[in-house]
Design a protein around this ligand. Structure first.
Ligand code: ADP
Length: 242
C-alpha cells in the first residue's frame, strides 16, 4: 500500500476543565493515503473534532504521534507548526469561519499570500477556485452577503488555495440543505486525483457514502472501519521540509 500522507498512532487527548479530566481521545490509530477520502462518524462528544484538530496541528496530543508524509509533526514548535499548516493543511469548518471584514476575493487570496505567493499568483488562483466552486462575480461581496451554501463553497476555495496535501473538514455540510451539501462534497473531492487526501467528519450517511472508507468513533476510540471502494495508487502532493 502507498505510504500514508497523514498518520496518527496511539493518539490521546485529555482536557482538564474545572478540575475534571475529560478523556476526549483514548488511543486512536488512523492513516490516510494520498488521494484517499475518509469519513469519520460517531455520536456527538466522541472525539471527532479533537481528532481533526490534532491531525491538523491545531492542538497538542497528550500522548501519541502525528506524522505528515512520515515526518513527526506533533512536537514541532508553534512557529514551524504554523508554517506547516499554511503549506500542507487545508481546514473547512461547519460555520465557514470566513474573515468577515475581508471580501470574498481577499478571503480566498489570503492563504496563497501567507504561503509566500505573489499578488498575481493569488489573483489567478482565486479566479480559478471561485470558478471551480461556482461563485463568480461575487469577488467584492462580503461573506455576510452570501447564503450559507455559498459561504461554505468560498471557505472550501480558501482551504484549497495553497494546494494542501491534506484537507480536513469538520461537519462541512452540517448547516446546508441537501442540494448545497452535494455541491460541497463534490468540490471537496475535487483534488483527489492529484493526490489530495480528504478527512471529513460528518453525521450525514449520504455524505459518508461518497467516501472510500468510513471510520466510526465512540468514547474516544475508533470502533469500526468500512471500506467502500478498493485502494488506489495516486501520487503524493507533498514534498515536505520541516
Ligand atoms: P465530537 O467532535 O465528536 O462532538 P469533541 O472532540 O468536540 O467531540 O469532544 C470530545 C470530548 O471532549 C467531549 O466530551 C467534549 O465536551 C470535550 N472537549 C472538547 N473540547 C474541549 C475543551 N476545549 N475543553 C474541555 N473539554 C473539551
Amino acid at each position: 500500500m502507498t505510504d500514508p500522507i497523514l498518520e496518527a498512532r496511539g493518539l490521546a487527548k485529555t482536557y482538564s476543565s474545572g478540575g475534571v479530566d475529560v478523556l476526549a481521545l483514548r488511543g486512536v490509530d488512523v492513516a490516510l493515503a494520498p488521494g484517499e477520502f475518509v469519513a469519520v462518524m460517531g455520536p456527538s462528544g466522541c472525539g471527532k473534532s479533537t481528532l481533526l484538530s490534532l491531525l491538523g496541528g491545531m492542538g497538542r496530543p497528550t500522548a501519541g504521534e502525528v506524522l505528515l508524509a512520515g515526518v513527526r509533526v506533533d512536537q514541532l514548535s508553534e512557529t514551524r507548526l504554523a508554517l506547516l499548516r499554511r503549506r500542507s493543511i487545508g481546514y473547512v469548518f461547519q460555520f465557514f469561519n470566513l474573515v468577515p471584514t475581508l471580501t470574498v476575493a481577499e478571503n480566498v487570496e489570503l492563504p496563497v499570500l501567507l504561503a509566500g505567493g505573489s499578488r498575481g499568483q493569488a489573483r489567478a488562483r482565486r479566479e480559478e477556485l471561485l470558478a471551480l466552486v461556482g461563485i463568480e462575480r461575487r469577488d467584492a461581496a462580503s461573506p455576510a452577503q452570501l447564503s450559507g451554501g455559498e459561504q461554505q463553497r468560498v471557505a472550501i476555495a480558501r482551504a484549497l488555495a495553497h494546494r494542501p496535501a491534506v484537507l480536513l473538514a469538520d461537519e462541512p455540510t452540517g448547516n446546508l440543505d441537501s442540494a448545497s451539501a452535494r455541491q460541497v462534497v463534490d468540490v471537496l473531492r475535487h483534488g483527489r486525483g492529484e493526490g489530495q487526501a480528504l478527512l471529513l467528519v460528518t453525521h450525514d450517511a449520504r455524505v459518508a457514502a461518497a467516501a472510500d472508507r468510513v471510520l466510526t468513533m465512540r468514547d474516544g476510540l475508533m470502533v469500526d472501519e468500512t471500506r467502500v471502494t478498493p485502494p488506489r495508487e495516486v501520487p503524493s502532493l507533498l514534498e515536505l521540509e520541516v
